[in-house]
Design a protein. Structure first.
Length: 359
């Protein structure tokens, strides 16, 4: 009888021990989990590049070498976005980052299972054809928006050019979010007494001719956050600057290339916010279908000092020169490095003095 009781006790102990080993093995397996994220970026330009980098940095800071990125650029072709997404689905990636509206549309059409986060998408309801959009897409999609307060952009144009009469709205008709922006700005400007005219182009091939017509018929031009324009700002600048027609831009990258002023966001910070959303989905297990779209926390009035100077435009004191914040950050870094070097030099000098006194 004693032998039977001992056998039962030993068996229970072994079972408990094996259970502990199983729990530890499961924990180790969870700790060793790796993630593969597919990134589909519509086109290469400063704003979208910054958003992608911010996204990657936020995730890498948390996961280190436990995450790999399959980063693909569609070179401005929405059909290529679809091809890229199809490959991601075939590879069964853990999450897709869709950078810009056509990339988001391709991802949404490509999978209803893999989590999708958009970034640098202006208006998700327009992009995904959602009626009465309430801020949450649902399904397998969420993300961040680069939508700036469009009425405030219209107010900026009015602040800088109160005597202008005719405003030309240049945008790519193939980008649904561009249409949404110019419609909103047009309504706001007309309330302020301006006459607004659409100048739509279908792709970069007819941008030059459309911009030429707009410059000849407008006192001021407004360009929304438009990916095709962002990749071709030199065309607009080479046309509008000689004609002395100022351009108000929807975001910093476009303004830097051809504009005089913008009310813009920081796209790197937008990417970081998207990366943090990805961590909530992948690591914390949050339900992406309940995650509302997030927006940039702040906007900055910026101006292009070179173009403003050439056109003789003086901006109010609350505008910041494009690049000024980056220059200030670099100066701070350099000053910190100089201070560190000075401290090290002083320390070395003190050590030498102490050694000489000891001798």
């Amino acid at each position: 009888m004693k032998k039977q009781i001992l056998a039962v006790v030993l068996s229970a102990a072994m079972t408990a021990g094996m259970g502990s080993v199983s729990v530890l093995a499961a924990d180790d397996k969870a700790d060793d989990k790796t993630y593969n994220i597919g990134i589909c970026q519509l086109v290469q330009h400063e704003a979208l590049d910054a958003a992608t980098q911010g996204f990657k940095d936020a995730i890498t800071e948390e996961l280190g070498d436990k995450v790999t990125f399959d980063e693909q650029n569609a070179q401005g072709d929405s059909n290529t976005c679809s091809t890229i997404v199809t490959a991601f689905v075939s590879d069964n990636v853990d999450l897709i980052l869709a950078n810009a509206t056509p990339a988001l549309q391709a991802a949404a059409a490509g999978t209803t299972d893999i989590p999708i986060l958009g970034t640098a998408v202006t208006e998700y309801g327009v992009a995904l054809d959602i009626d009465d959009f309430d801020g949450t897409v649902g399904g397998n999609i969420s993300g961040t928006s680069d939508l700036a307060p469009l009425e405030d952009q219209a107010a900026m144009l009015n602040e800088l050019f109160p005597d202008a009469k005719n405003v030309g709205l240049i945008y790519c008709s193939a980008e649904a979010n561009s249409q949404y922006q110019v419609d909103t700005v047009k309504a706001a400007l007309e309330k302020l007494g301006y006459t607004c005219t659409y100048y739509a182009f279908s792709d970069s091939n007819d941008l030059s001719s459309v911009a030429t017509t707009a410059a000849s018929e407008s006192d001021v031009i407004y360009v929304p956050t438009d990916n095709t324009v962002a990749s071709n700002t030199e065309i607009i600048n080479n046309i509008c600057l000689p004609e002395k027609v100022p351009v108000i831009a929807g975001e910093e990258g476009i303004c830097e290339g051809c504009g005089v002023a913008t009310l813009s966001i920081n796209y790197y910070d937008l990417g970081v916010a998207t990366g943090k959303m990805a961590l909530k989905v992948l690591v914390d297990g949050e339900d992406i279908s309940t995650m509302p779209i997030e927006y940039a926390p702040q906007f900055t009035k910026e101006y292009n000092p070179e173009i403003c100077e050439e056109l003789g435009i003086t901006v109010p004191d609350d505008y910041v020169a494009i690049g000024a914040e980056d220059d200030a950050a670099e100066e701070t870094t350099e000053e910190a490095a100089d201070d560190t070097a000075a401290d090290e030099a002083n320390a070395d000098s003190a050590d030498d003095t102490t050694t000489e006194e000891a001798e």
